[in-house]
Structure formats: C-alpha cells, structure tokens
Design a protein around this ligand. Structure first.
Ligand SMILES: Nc1ncnc2c1ncn2[C@@H]1O[C@H](COP(=O)(O)OP(=O)(O)OC[C@H]2O[C@@H]([n+]3cccc(C(=O)O)c3)[C@H](O)[C@@H]2O)[C@@H](O)[C@H]1O
Ligand SMILES: Nc1ncnc2c1ncn2[C@@H]1O[C@H](COP(=O)(O)OP(=O)(O)OP(=O)(O)O)[C@@H](O)[C@H]1O
Ligand SMILES: NC(=O)CC[C@H](N)C(=O)O
Length: 627
C-alpha cells in the first residue's frame, strides 16, 4: 500500500489580509516539508479569509486573490518548497457572469476554489459545487458553482478533493468518490463552531468514509471573524471511520499523519471527474514537476489560465509518471509518526474557549489594544471581564464602577473584588451628579429616569473609549437581547457583545465552570461567589430585580430555546407545558424587540440560531398568524 504523509494546516486567516495570510501559509508549508509531508492542505479560503461576503462581487478583490495565489505558488517554488503538493483555498475570478452554463446565480462573478500547487505553479483547480445558502451562509448569492470532482494522482494514490458543503450534500461530487476509486477524500473547510456541531460534523466525516470506503481528511480554518468562530478541530479518519489524527480546537495547528492508502488503479472515470496526475518529486525535496491531466470527463476548468500556462495540459501520457510515483517518490524512508489525536474538551470548556477566541480575535484583528466595560458586580459583567482577561490579558482590560444613588453596597464591593481577583485596571465614576441635572431639566421619571442612568453609563464608557482607544464591550446576554431587556443607547452601548449568544442560565454555568477550572489549576477563581449567587438586578430603582419584569430565568431560557432555536409556535409552546400568559408575553416581547437586536453589537455565535444572520425577521410586523 502506498504511504502518504499528509499535513493539515489549521491556520487563522484575516479576511482580506492576503500578505499576512500568505506568510502563515508559507511558514506552514515549510514546517510540513521539514516534517516530511508529501501533501499539505489548508482550509477553505485560507488565503483570503472566510466569509468574504460581498467582496466576492468586487473584481479588484478577486483579481488580487487570483494574483496572490499565483505569486504564492511561485514563491513556494523559489523557496525550495516546490516538491510539496499544496492544496489552498481562495476566491477566484472575476468571471463573466454567464460564462458558466451550469450557473444558477447569473450575477455572481466569483468561484470558491481550491488550487493545487506544485513545482512553483498552480497545476489544477477545483471549484466548490454545493454553495450553502442557509443559516449564516450566502454563497449561492455570491459564487458560481463548479460541477466536477477533482482527483489528484500522486505518490501512487488517488486523492479526491472537495470543499466544505460538498461533503454535507448528497448528490454532486461526494457521490462520485467511490466510483472514482479514490484512496483519500480531502475536504477543505470553513465550518463555524456551534455548541452541538461536533455531534453532526464528526459523524458526517465518518459516514462519508464508510460510504466511500476511503480515508477522509478534513481540514478546517480556526479563529474569529466578526460573529463567526471557526474552531479548527481538523480530523483524519480511516476507511472504517476511525479517528487516526485530530488537531486541537481553537488554535492554529499543523497536523501531520502517515496514511497507508489504497493504491491508484486504472479504471474508467465516472462523469464529471477530472483526474490530474502530479509528477513525482525530482529528488528529495528539490524542484517539483509538472502536472498532466490524464482524464477529464467534465467541462474544462480554469486551472490552465494565463497564470498557470504550461503547467497543466490535457495530454494523456500518464504512464511514466504513475510508475515513478508508486513508491512515494522519496529519497529515503521517513521515521513513522506517532498518532496525534487531540482530546476534545468538555462542553463548557469548549464554549468558553470559543467565546474567548471570538472576543480575542475581534480585538486583535480590528487593531484594538484594550477593552473597557462597566462593572456592576453582577454576573454578566463579571463573566465578560473574566473572558476578556483570558482573551487578551488582564493588563489590557479596563473596568469602570459607575454607582448611582440606587446602587447596592454589594454592587461596588463585588466589582472591587472582581477587579482584584483578575488584576484588571479599575476606576470609579459616580453617576448621580451627572444624572440629576438631565433628569430635572427634562422632567424625567419612571422608566425614562431609570434608562437615563444606563445612558449616562454608556456616555462614560464611550467617552473613555474615544479618549483612550479602548473597545467597549457590551455585557448583555442572549436572554436579555431576546426580550429587549436592556436600555438602547444605554447598557447596550458597545462594539462587541461576548455574551450575545449565551442565555442567562448558561452565563451562570460558565461562571461556575471558570471558577472550578481556576481552582483545579491552583489559581484564584476570577468571579466572586456573591456575583454568582445573588439575584440579578438592573439596580435602576430601589430593590429592583430582573424577575419584576421577567419569568424566572430557567423558565425564560427554556421557552426561548423552544421559540428561537426550536422554531415552535404559541400552541406548541403551550403543549410543551409553558403557561399561556407567559407564552403570550414572551412571544410579544421577542417579536417587538427585533428593532433593538438589529442595531445591537455583534457577538460570537455558539448556537444553531444566533441573533443576526441566522434569524432574519421583519421589524415592522403585525402578527396575524399566531397559533
Ligand atoms: N419598533 C421600534 N422602532 C424603533 N424604535 C422603537 C421601537 N419601539 C420602541 N422604540 C424606541 O425605544 C424606546 C424604548 O426602548 P428603551 O429606551 O431601551 O427602553 P425600554 O425598553 O422601554 O426599557 C428598558 C428596559 O430594560 C431594563 N433594563 C435596562 C438596563 C439594564 C437592564 C439589565 O438588567 O440588563 C435592564 C429596564 O429596567 C427596562 O425594563 C422608545 O422610547 C422608542 O424611542
Ligand atoms: N453600577 C454600575 N457600575 C458599572 N457598570 C454598571 C453598573 N450598573 C450597570 N452597569 C453596566 O450595565 C450592564 C447592565 O447591567 P445591569 O446590572 O443593569 O444588568 P445585568 O444584566 O444584571 O448585568 P450584570 O449581571 O453585569 O449586573 C452591566 O453589565 C454593566 O456593564
Ligand atoms: N463553508 C461551508 O460550506 C460550511 C457549510 C457547512 N454545512 C458547515 O457548517 O460546515
């Protein structure tokens, strides 16, 4: 059986940063080459970052991506890395909208492609076939679909290549893998984290391996991009679906694994399969060879454009190359690798890791050096402060206590305690004297006067942000956002909302988990016990608690879970045991808060249905279909 040494490069790209992303790519190829890899694969759009959204409609951006991919190939060759076969995801174009007769998206001018690089040039290209258009994805709108499976013959093995959603959908390229008789199915991905995703993603990888009787290698990008968080978790399973290598979540990683694979055989190609024969390395890790397309039953691809002229041809003299590739083309035997199988953390640790990376990458990738937030001594601000310290270090976190005349003593003492435990910067800005003149001049009372306090706090945080350059973190959680329980332009102020997709009950669970995690490591638990155990209160009037306005949070969260994630209507919610008045009140609050959510800060998605792109509803809406 031919042995392939495969490297999966789990990189953390920044959308648009073609230069920075290229540096990481070249570095990973060098490390893969030093580790003896024959093939190194990067995630979907690893060159450009993902998702590129409407940048896909900008010809100058597409041209820059295409140019950078070709330059990168040349640079790899010049750096003596031409022998390693590199599979790299990037956008390609601009194409004439009507050039592809199979296109269902006539206005799209881009394709979502994987370029195959060898010997200093792009030698083949695969265009994604299935373009996801549900949940957070809009690819059908912006990309032209491909229509064939690419098979690379290298080192005596046939490697079938597809991109992310192609693995998820029956029909199309994944159904041709078995009849193409591929020894390895390589999938490059940009698959966002959701707390239950692993329960779907890994079984899917396993199922495809068994269905096709082939090893499957799945490489994902890692890192935060606005509201999305890519968790990495790249994995290789054998033809029985058993895990043979797995990268850790939430960090860049180069996973290198030896695979003994079914050798390539001569057989008739199914429809819409392009077989590209890659030449064996000339010697050791010297200059690479050229590619020969030995069979192509589909429509011509665009791999042989001006950038790649002379490196791919459709002549059929594959025999010699196949023979020389049979032993892997290496000059000497490589020491076998030991299995590298990362342990998947428990669920709360995963969620914490996702939120910390999402927050940290938003701060770093948007060029902030620090964050600021209001510390009320309550659970939400305490958890956000702790996450921020984990993400960027306590020395870059600024907390402000802003007591009013209604603030309890514990709001101050718990905030002091938190600041001390975490070691963040901390100051006090009392608001009573700022609130009083506005309240009096505008003659505000009731909720108007209550909200003024939250708005003065917002002004203080934005003022300090403008002055010092801190990013303002808004502390609202998913339960509050669902029912509009926050003051617009008040405590909802801010640029990033770490708890946006975290319901209140989960906020408490995470707080307890983080403290226990610290204790296990012999560290000071960051969150004061009193902040966890006391009843939540906005403290905008004497003795206020959240439950003056809302049901108990366990009931509220269960109801919201069924209404928002589960998509149940009024009748079904009542059938599930929620009482009718509560259902009516909460549905009404959720539906009438859409306008607040539409202007709210983004935050890391961790659920199947996060507020934002996942759930698009009208603001102006008079419900007549409530049932
Ligand atoms: N459809 C629509 N489109 C555009 N604007 C719309 C609108 N509906 C209302 N509005 C505007 O919104 C205003 C009302 O919204 P807003 O000013 O936010 O005020 P509102 O939602 O009435 O009150 C805020 C609630 O959040 C609670 N709160 C505040 C702060 C912190 C916390 C906490 O514990 O975390 C809770 C507070 O106790 C109160 O119950 C209206 O005066 C109107 O200007
Ligand atoms: N006294 C305060 N000092 C500083 N910030 C405050 C104060 N009160 C409220 N805030 C800010 O406004 C946010 C909304 O908090 P509020 O106490 O009204 O509700 P909450 O949802 O219970 O949040 P928390 O659990 O953090 O208290 C807080 O998380 C905090 O950032
Ligand atoms: N980029 C993609 O095609 C991702 C879609 C896929 N269903 C996923 O979430 O993994």
């Amino acid at each position: 059986m031919p042995r392939l040494r495969l490297a999966l490069a789990q990189t953390n790209p920044i959308v648009g940063d073609l230069e920075g992303n290229s540096v990481a790519i070249i570095d990973a190829v060098r490390r893969a080459r030093d580790a003896g890899a024959d093939l190194v694969a990067f995630g979907e759009m690893a060159l450009s970052g993902y998702p590129i959204e409407d940048l896909a409609g900008r010809p100058s951006f597409l041209a820059a991506c295409r140019r950078r991919a070709a330059e990168l190939a040349a640079e790899l060759g010049e750096a003596g890395l031409g022998d390693v076969v590199v599979v790299l995801g990037h956008p390609d174009g601009p194409f004439e909208p009507r050039r592809f007769t199979t296109s269902n998206a006539p206005t799209a001018i881009a394709q979502n492609v994987a370029s195959v690089i060898q010997g200093g040039a792009i030698v083949a290209r695969y265009a994604k076939h299935h373009l996801p258009n549900y949940s957070v994805f809009d690819e059908y709108r912006i990309f032209i679909p491909g229509d064939e499976l690419l098979v690379l013959r290298m080192h005596g093995v046939d490697v079938a290549l597809i991109i992310c959603e192609d693995l998820w959908q029956d029909g199309g390229p994944v159904n041709r893998v078995a009849s193409a008789d591929a020894g390895l199915l390589l999938v490059i991905n940009a698959s966002p984290y959701e707390r239950d995703k692993n329960e779907v993603r890994l079984p899917l990888v396993t199922r495809r391996a068994v269905e096709n009787d082939t090893c499957v290698a799945y490489v994902n990008i890692v890192g935060g991009q606005d509201d999305l968080l890519f968790d990495g978790d790249s994995v290789v399973v054998d033809r029985h679906g058993r895990i043979v290598a797995r990268a850790p979540q939430f960090q860049p990683h180069l996973l290198v694994v030896d695979l003994d694979l079914e050798g390539a055989t001569e057989h008739e190609l199914p429809e819409n399969v392009a077989l590209v024969e890659l030449a064996a390395p000339a010697s050791g890790h010297g200059d690479g060879g050229t590619a020969v397309v030995v069979g192509d039953s589909g429509t011509p691809r665009d791999a042989g454009d001006a950038d790649n002229a002379g490196h791919a041809s459709d002549v059929g003299d594959a025999g010699d190359a196949a023979e020389s590739a049979g032993d892997g083309g290496r000059t000497g035997a490589l020491t076998p690798l030991t299995a590298d199988i990362a342990v998947v953390p428990d669920e709360l640790e995963q969620i914490w890791g996702a939120l910390v990376l999402g927050l940290g990458d938003y701060v770093r990738k948007n060029g902030f050096g620090s964050v600021i937030l209001g510390l009320s001594g309550g659970i939400d601000s305490s958890v956000v402060a702790s996450m921020a310290a984990d993400a960027i270090g306590a020395s870059k976190v600024y907390g402000v206590s802003m007591p009013s005349q209604w603030s309890s003593d514990h709001s101050r003492s718990d905030a002091d305690d938190l600041a001390e435990r975490i070691g963040l910067h901390y100051e006090t800005q009392a608001i009573a004297e700022l609130v009083a003149p506005i309240e009096s001049q505008l003659q505000l009372d009731g909720v108007a006067a209550e909200n003024l306090q939250a708005r003065i706090r917002g002004i203080i945080l934005m003022g300090l942000s403008n002055q010092k350059g801190h990013l303002v973190l808004t502390t609202g959680n998913k339960s509050e956002l669902a029912v509009g329980y926050s003051t617009i332009y008040g405590d909802s102020v801010g640029g990033f909302a770490p708890l946006k997709d975290v319901p209140k009950m989960l906020v408490w669970e995470l707080a307890r988990w983080r403290n226990t995690f610290a204790e296990r490591r012999g560290e000071t638990p960051p969150i004061p016990e009193n902040s966890i155990s006391k009843p939540p209160s906005a403290e905008l009037r004497p003795d206020q608690t959240d439950q003056d306005s809302l049901p108990e949070y366990d009931v509220l969260d269960a109801l919201l879970e069924q209404y928002i994630n589960g998509g149940l209507g009024r009748t079904e919610l009542i059938e599930h045991g929620f009482d009718a008045p509560t259902v009516d009140r909460i549905i009404s609050l959720v539906d009438h808060s859409e306008w607040k959510r539409r202007q709210s800060a983004i935050g890391t998605k961790i659920s199947r249905t996060a507020f934002g792109r996942d759930r698009r509803l009208p603001i102006t809406y008079r419900p007549t279909d409530v049932s």
